[in-house]
Design a protein around this ligand. Structure first.
Ligand code: PMP
Length: 368
């Protein structure tokens, strides 16, 4: 018998659990982790090199602990794209929005406290809750994956969670949550506790609708979480951020590790922000490809959830895992999120999407 996790004195709530892990398989077409398929443009790669070279000269020093230049530029990006004025004091950044969420749960969740999400949704919300000792409540969604305001508000009223997660556009289903629903759930959360409401907008740049940033006005317990992993095509950079009342930014300072954002990360993110306009053009292409996937999948005969993200959930399969394997056998990796009957495909380049559509056409032929 080899020595394993269970032989260590790990926390009880971690026993028997698996880590987050989408398969990283080496196949020709990888459409399983909602990455942006376009590599960064060469002029941006050059600019990153320049900025990182400058940063390298100072690597004997700790980086700017408050990431002031980066947060200022992120605030400018949010202001420019939403029309809602956001300043340095409203913005906080960390290593991916996963770390932002972790800091929020360390600050507002923790032992003896709870968080709720409306599932199926982004599985890391529950995993980060577990890691921070926060109790997790699985809130309800309708069969079509929308959120019923009455039922969701009722769940908030009865559980009185400390943190409410609303993911819009939602992952893995792709649908957006109407602003009216977010407002109603914010009100329900304030009446119940009051609690923090975290709107996870990781995919908002791909949406047909607008960011909920303007809702921050007058709502100090609302947080909007964003990332450069998707729209900016920079998943490898690990840069997430939030916008909220300045008091929220002050509060997360209590749990952030000092110098958590390396000088190299800050320099790279600043270079990417200089190229926002070019990067957002790729977003337009991906939105068009996403819409094409939705209509072609429907034409082939699949059910498809309306998508505001850079991925599409489709089905319905009698056995989604077998369907996943058959698509993989044709060299295309999609995602099986364990939602019975459904699979998720990320929008890739037109060629990758064609390969995927060919694979699922074959699958449909086999099934009929
Ligand atoms: N939120 C949602 C809804 C996501 O799907 C993801 C990534 N899959 C994240 C947050 C985390 O993104 P990152 O840590 O790369 O910013």
């Amino acid at each position: 018998m080899t020595f394993g996790i269970d032989d260590l004195p790990v926390r009880d709530e971690l026993r028997g659990k698996s880590p987050y892990g989408a398969p990283q398989l080496d196949v020709p077409v990888r459409l399983n982790t909602n990455e942006n398929p376009y590599p960064l443009p060469e002029p941006l790669v050059e600019r990153i090199t320049e900025r990182v070279r400058e940063a390298a000269r100072d690597l004997n020093r700790y980086p700017d602990r408050d990431a002031v230049e980066l947060r200022t530029q992120l605030a400018k990006y949010l202001t420019d794209t939403s029309g809602h004025a956001v300043g340095l004091a409203n913005v906080w950044a960390a290593n991916g929005s996963n770390e932002v969420i972790q800091q929020l749960l360390q600050t507002f969740g923790g032992p003896g406290r709870t968080a709720i999400g409306f599932e199926p949704s982004y599985s890391m919300h529950a995993l980060i809750a577990r890691g921070t000792g926060t109790g997790w409540i699985s809130g309800p969604r309708n069969a079509d994956f929308s959120i019923d305001v009455g039922t969701a508000a009722q769940a908030i009223a009865s559980h009185r969670p400390d943190v409410v997660f609303i993911t819009t556009p939602n992952n893995p289903t792709g649908n957006a949550v109407p602003p009216g629903t977010v407002l109603a759930l914010y009100e329900a959360a304030q009446a119940a506790k009051p609690s923090m409401v975290v709107v996870d907008e990781a995919y908002i740049e791909f949406s047909h609708g607008d960011s909920l940033l303007p809702l921050l006005e007058g709502r100090p317990n609302l947080v909007i979480s964003r990332t450069m992993s998707k729209a900016f095509g920079a998943a490898g950079l690990r840069l997430g951020y939030l916008a909220a009342h300045p008091a929220v930014v002050d509060a997360v300072q209590l749990v952030r590790l000092p110098y958590h954002l390396s000088a190299v990360t800050q320099a790279t993110a600043l270079a990417a922000l200089e190229h926002t306009d070019t990067l957002l053009k790729y977003v337009e292409q991906l939105k068009a490809e996403r819409d094409r996937l939705v209509s072609e999948l429907r034409a082939i005969g699949f059910e498809v959830v309306e998508s505001d993200a850079n991925f599409v959930q489709f089905g319905v399969f009698e056995d989604s895992h077998t369907a996943w394997q058959k698509i993989l056998d044709q060299g295309v990796l999609v995602r099986d999120n364990g939602i019975p009957g459904w699979l998720r495909v990320s929008a890739g380049t037109p060629r990758e999407n064609d390969a995927f559509l060919d694979a699922v056409r074959e699958l449909k032929k086999e099934q009929s």
